[in-house]
Design a protein around this ligand. Structure first.
Ligand code: ADP
Length: 728
């Protein structure tokens, strides 16, 4: 009981949970990763902008200074100052620039070459030059200045001959008023300082920076080996972008393996002077928080998913357990019903047989009637318990068939009206002659509703009237459907308004506020309501405590004929003398006489055989009993006696009824064995029993306790032989 048996639903729930959490983790990761990538781009952009501004600021001052200096030098030359004066000026300037705190770091010297100065070319320099081999007019800074006209020219020198550092020379050509070239003034700047700042600034951001000249030479890089090399040199990782940079393609968040072998992304920006500023940022640094978050999410997701799956499993186990329990309950109820029906069969059947005896004294008759009544009440309780358990298991079924309305009303009234007993109650039957003569539906279940409402009315009414009205209403939506409306009103004890809501709840017998406890299980109304609801209708109640109640049941039925019951039937039904007691009804029953018939009853319980035999004897038939399935099989096989029908009990020890029928039908194989009518007699009122019997070789099915009417109709259908009767 309660074993863990995973089913498809559980598997689906588990797979769904796992998927849901996987998707949650994946989406969160993607979302966060997007944010971080955005942040990375933003951050790179900020760093590049900062460096760009910084570089521009660093370069603009020397350029302005150079312009001013070149103007002063030009003025001195035109004025005819001596070489010494100009030399002195350069010397002073050099001292100022290199000693001045602000410029000290990047200014590296000032010089000039004036080839047309007075008689001989004048070269002024502030530090050591190799004068022997040095021809200023052939230096790149000189050419560049001449080529640039009056503008500042830029010349890069790597591993400068003097101090081995990377140097940038700004140079400018000066002219006299006639446009004749006077010479070139130059300013040396140490790029290493600026480069280091670029490299360092980026380093603070967990990456590194680089500075590339307009002709794609590396000016600054944390790896000094790369400085001075062309960018397309394959030893430099960013060499893969050299072509793109040359083509002017933007390098934005491009993946790269940094020179430190870290997975990184690269950004490049072109500066206004044609240089390129590069930034390399390791991916891990930025992605690490996302990866951490994804790990935490995964952990949380797995934990939550596991918890959820455990909950699902637990629910499933509980569900299996309760299914199993409810299955066991059903089995128990079926067994109980069987066990109770067998003795009830004897009580009701035998007392009924005895009641038919007209020679009984009044005393014995009354006592027998009480026994019969008690048995019937007990049987209806057993039936109610079975019904409610079927409802709980969702297995209550309607078996629709064509039925007569007058018989339905007659049967229902006959069964309930006994309950009036000695009470001064007037029963009124209110029906119209235009009621349909027949309908299609489950008449037994509708009879059950009428019986329940009527017997309640008789039970809870001490005096006054009980009225049953039956009418039909067309259904506006469906062509062939009609509403059968059954209304039972009484002048009984009524129901307290507080109790009205609970009336249809299972097992509730509301307080009657009367000193006398009235028998009942509280199951009748919930069952009736469920039956009405299964047809598409329902039951409503109006009641005033102390004055009486009105119950209205609406059931949806199929219309099959336009014929109506007519005035005569109405009259007959209304005039039916309900006060006539059972004795008169039973004793007046006219039984067919079938002396030509011989039937076999098969039942392992003697008393059941006695009851059945007692009920069949009045038909003038010869009735034999067999105590087991095997005995019945032997009797049919021997063909010593040819029976007209067999009444076969279902549950018997050893060979049960179903097995016995299988052997008779299939193993014996004679025409007689194949065709003899076999009727099931069963105390086991399980669901689907009828279908099971009909599919197992039985012709019909009678449940125990045997109802006289049912037995009568079976005998008429399967045993009566009109040809024989006519021939007799
Ligand atoms: P039972 O009658 O077997 O107890 P029912 O389900 O048929 O069970 O009825 C439930 C309860 O409703 C009854 O116990 C009774 O208190 C109340 N009841 C039903 N019908 C009437 C009625 N006609 N008048 C007063 N009370 C009623």
């Amino acid at each position: 009981m309660g074993r863990f048996k995973p089913n498809r639903l559980l598997y689906r729930q588990i797979i769904f949970t796992i998927f849901a959490f996987l998707i949650m983790v994946a989406l969160s990761y993607a979302f966060m990763s997007n944010i971080v990538q955005g942040y990375l781009v933003q951050n790179a952009d900020n760093v590049l902008s900062y460096l760009q501004t910084h570089i521009n600021a660093e370069l603009i001052d020397p350029m302005i200074n150079l312009k001013c200096i070149s103007r002063t030098v030009r003025a001195m030359i035109i004025r005819g100052d001596s070489a010494e004066s100009i030399n002195e000026y350069f010397y002073d300037l050099s001292g100022d620039l290199t000693n001045n705190g602000v410029y000290h770091a990047s200014y590296n010297g000032i010089f000039g070459y004036f080839e047309t100065f007075k008689d001989a070319p004048l070269f002024i320099e502030d530090f050591y030059w190799d004068r022997e081999n040095f021809i200023p007019a052939e230096r790149p800074w000189y050419h560049n200045a001449v080529a640039a006209g009056g503008n500042i020219a830029e010349t890069l020198s790597y591993a400068d001959i003097v101090n081995g550092k990377t140097v940038l020379i700004f140079s400018i050509c000066i002219y006299d008023d006639d446009g004749e070239r006077l010479g070139v003034v130059g300013l040396r700047i140490l790029i290493d300082i600026l480069g280091k700042e670029v490299v360092d600034t980026a380093l603070v951001q967990h990456g590194y920076g680089m500075l590339v000249s307009h002709d794609l030479k590396m000016m600054a890089h944390p790896n000094r080996d790369f400085v001075g090399r062309y960018l397309n040199d394959p030893v430099i990782p960013v060499s893969i972008f050299a072509q793109d940079l040359q083509n002017g393609t933007e390098i934005l968040r491009k993946p790269i393996l940094s020179y430190k072998k870290e997975i990184s992304v690269t950004f490049f920006r072109k500066l206004s002077n044609g240089w390129y500023l590069g930034l390399v940022t390791p991916k891990d640094y930025f992605l690490q928080p996302v990866i951490n978050m994804a790990l935490i999410l995964c952990f949380l997701g797995v934990t939550l998913a596991l918890i959820l799956i455990l909950i699902f499993i637990k629910i499933d186990v509980e569900k299996n357990k309760s299914h199993e329990e409810s299955r066991q309950k059903s089995v128990f109820l079926a067994n109980m019903s069987h066990e109770m029906r067998t003795p009830l069969n004897a009580i009701i059947g035998l007392s009924e047989l005895l009641l038919e005896d007209r020679k009984l004294s009044e005393d014995v008759y009354l006592n027998l009637a009480k026994i019969n009544n008690a048995g019937t009440t007990l049987l209806s309780t057993v039936n109610d318990i079975l019904d409610i358990s079927k409802i709980e298991a969702g297995r209550l079924e309607l078996r629709p068939a064509e039925y007569d309305i007058p018989s339905l009303i007659n049967d229902a009234v006959t069964q309930s009206v006994m309950r009036i007993g000695e009470k001064p109650i007037r029963f009124i039957l209110n029906i119209n002659e235009d009621l349909p003569a027949a309908l299609f539906g489950d008449d037994l279940r509708i009879k059950q509703i009428i019986n329940n409402l009527l017997s309640n009315a008789f039970k809870y009414t001490m005096e006054g009237t009980v009225e049953l009205s039956v009418r039909c209403e067309k259904d506006s939506g469906m062509e062939d459907a009609v509403w059968l409306i059954i209304q039972v009103s009484d002048t009984g004890i009524g129901i307290h308004s507080d109790d009205l809501d609970n009336l249809f709840s299972d097992y509730i017998q509301v307080k009657n506020y009367s000193t006398r406890k009235i028998e009942g299980t509280g199951l009748g109304l919930p069952i009736s309501k469920k039956i009405a609801e299964m047809t598409g209708g329902g039951i409503t109640v109006q009641s005033e405590y102390g004055k009486g109640s009105v119950f209205t049941a609406r059931v949806l039925q199929k219309k099959i004929t336009d014929a109506v019951i007519g005035p005569n039937t109405v009259q007959n039904l209304k005039e039916f003398r309900y006060s006539e007691n059972k004795r008169i009804m039973n004793s007046q029953r006219v039984r067919l006489q079938l002396p030509y018939a011989r039937v076999l009853i098969v039942d392992d319980v003697d008393i059941n055989c006695d009851v059945a035999r007692g009920m069949m004897i009045p038909y003038g038939m010869q009735v034999d009993c067999a105590a087991s399935g095997q005995e019945a099989v032997d009797l049919i096989r021997s063909e010593n006696v040819k029976y007209n029908a067999i009444f076969m009990d279902h549950m018997m020890p050893g060979m049960d009824g179903i097995e016995a029928v299988r052997i008779i039908r299939h193993e014996i194989g004679t025409e007689y064995a194949k065709n003899i009518p076999i009727i099931a007699l069963t105390a086991n009122a399980i669901i689907g029993a009828e279908g099971m019997f009909l599919g197992s070789g039985f012709q019909a099915y009678i449940s125990k306790p045997i109802e006289v009417e049912r037995l009568d109709s079976v005998i008429r259908e399967f045993i009566r032989n009109r040809e024989l009767e006519n021939g007799l």
